[in-house]
Design a protein around this ligand. Structure first.
Ligand SMILES: Cc1cc2nc3c(=O)[nH]c(=O)nc-3n(C[C@H](O)[C@H](O)[C@H](O)COP(=O)(O)OP(=O)(O)OC[C@H]3O[C@@H](n4cnc5c(N)ncnc54)[C@H](O)[C@@H]3O)c2cc1C
Length: 286
C-alpha cells in the first residue's frame, strides 16, 4: 500500500483564511481542492508538502455566474457542475464538449476546474480549452488580486506562474458571440487524451474576426496553435483554409512518443483534430 509522508492538515474557512494559512506554512504548503491529482502524487512520494490547506469549504469559490460581460467560473467548481451548467453550455458549448470526456463521473464529481489548471499537466483537457477561449485567470494573494491571461498562466509541464501563497480564485471568460468545439481522441472512454483540439471562432461579416486554437497532449507551446490562428484570422472560414490551418498546427507542435503513440501518429492526429474542431465549431453556427 502506498502512503504519503506525514503532513499538517488545515481546513480554510474563507479565502482570507486560506491565504493566511499558506503564508503561515510557507513554500512547503499546498492547496488541496479535489485531491485527484495531488493525493496520488503524495502517495507516490512525487509530492511531499509539509502542510495541506483544504479549500473545499469555500462556497465563494464554487459558483458559476455571468458578471460584467463574462462567464465567471469559481476555481472550486467541480467538473460535474460545469458539465451540468446550462449557462456555461449556452455561451460556450466547448466547455461541455471537454467536460463530457474528462475521466469518469467519480473523478468529475470531485475534481475541480481550478485544480485542473493549477496542476498544468500537459494532458489536462481544460488548459487547451481556456487558452483557446482566451480566458482570464483571477489569482489572489495576501497583497491583493491579479489577472493572468490563460495563455500566460502555463510556464511548462506542471508549472504555472502562481507564486507561493497565491490562490487561483476564478476563471473569467469574456462573453462574445462565438462558435466552439473540443474534440478528443483517447484509447478508452474516460482515458487521458492521446491528443485533443479546441477551436473557438468569432465570425463577423463572413470572415474570422478572431480565433483560438488549443491543443492537448500534443506538445503545443502553452497549449496554443498560434501559427494556425494567424493563418485563419481575417479570412473566410472555408474548408481549404481550415485544412491549411490544420497542416500548420501539425507542423508546429512538438509531441513526444509515449505509451499512447509515436510522434508521427500524434502529429497526424494534431492536424486531423484541429480540422475536426474547426469544422465542428462552424457546424454549430449553421
Ligand atoms: C483516474 C483519473 C483520470 C483523470 N482523467 C482526466 C482526463 O481525462 N482529463 C483531464 O483533464 N483530467 C483528468 N484527471 C484529472 C482531474 O481532472 C483532476 O480533477 C484535476 O487534475 C485536478 O483537480 P483537483 O481539484 O483534484 O486538484 P488537486 O489534486 O486538489 O490539486 C492539483 C494541484 O493544483 C493545486 N491547486 C488546486 N486548486 C488550487 C487553487 N484554487 N489555487 C491554487 N492551487 C490549487 C494543488 O495544490 C495541486 O498542486 C483525471 C484524474 C484521475 C484521478
Amino acid at each position: 500500500m502506498q502512503v504519503p509522508a506525514s503532513f499538517q492538515y488545515r481546513k480554510a474557512t474563507s479565502v482570507a483564511h486560506a491565504l493566511s494559512l499558506l503564508a503561515e506554512y510557507g513554500p512547503e504548503a499546498r492547496v488541496v481542492a479535489g485531491g485527484h491529482s495531488l493525493l496520488p502524487m503524495m502517495k507516490l512520494r512525487l509530492a511531499h508538502p509539509e502542510a495541506l490547506v483544504d479549500i473545499n469549504d469555500l462556497a465563494e469559490l464554487a459558483e458559476i455566474r455571468v458578471e460584467g460581460g463574462a462567464l465567471v467560473i469559481g476555481a472550486l467548481v467541480r467538473h460535474a457542475e460545469l458539465l451540468s451548467s446550462a449557462v456555461a453550455g449556452r455561451h460556450f458549448p466547448i466547455l461541455h464538449d471537454a467536460e463530457r470526456v474528462i475521466a469518469d463521473p467519480i473523478v468529475r464529481n470531485r475534481g475541480t476546474v481550478g485544480g485542473s489548471l493549477c496542476q498544468a499537466d500537459p494532458s489536462e483537457d481544460l488548459s487547451a480549452v481556456f487558452a483557446a477561449l482566451r480566458a482570464e485567470l483571477v489569482v489572489r494573494g495576501l497583497d491583493g488580486e491579479r489577472v493572468v491571461a490563460a495563455r500566460d498562466f502555463f510556464v511548462g509541464p506542471y508549472e504555472t506562474v502562481l507564486a507561493d501563497g497565491e490562490l487561483l480564485v476564478a476563471i473569467r471568460v469574456p462573453i462574445r458571440p462565438s462558435v466552439s468545439a473540443y474534440v478528443k481522441v483517447d484509447r478508452r472512454a474516460g482515458d487521458w487524451a492521446v491528443g485533443a483540439a479546441a477551436a473557438v471562432l468569432e465570425l463577423a461579416g463572413g470572415v474570422v474576426a478572431e480565433v483560438g486554437i488549443g491543443l492537448t497532449a500534443l506538445g503545443a507551446r502553452k497549449f496554443v496553435a498560434a501559427e494556425a490562428e494567424d493563418h485563419l484570422r481575417a479570412g473566410p472560414p472555408s474548408g481549404e483554409r481550415f485544412a491549411e490551418a490544420a497542416r500548420i498546427a501539425a507542423a508546429h507542435c512538438a509531441p513526444t512518443a509515449d505509451q499512447r503513440g509515436p510522434v508521427d501518429y500524434k502529429r497526424h492526429l494534431a492536424g486531423e483534430l484541429v480540422a475536426r474542431a474547426l469544422r465542428g465549431a462552424v457546424g454549430r453556427a449553421a
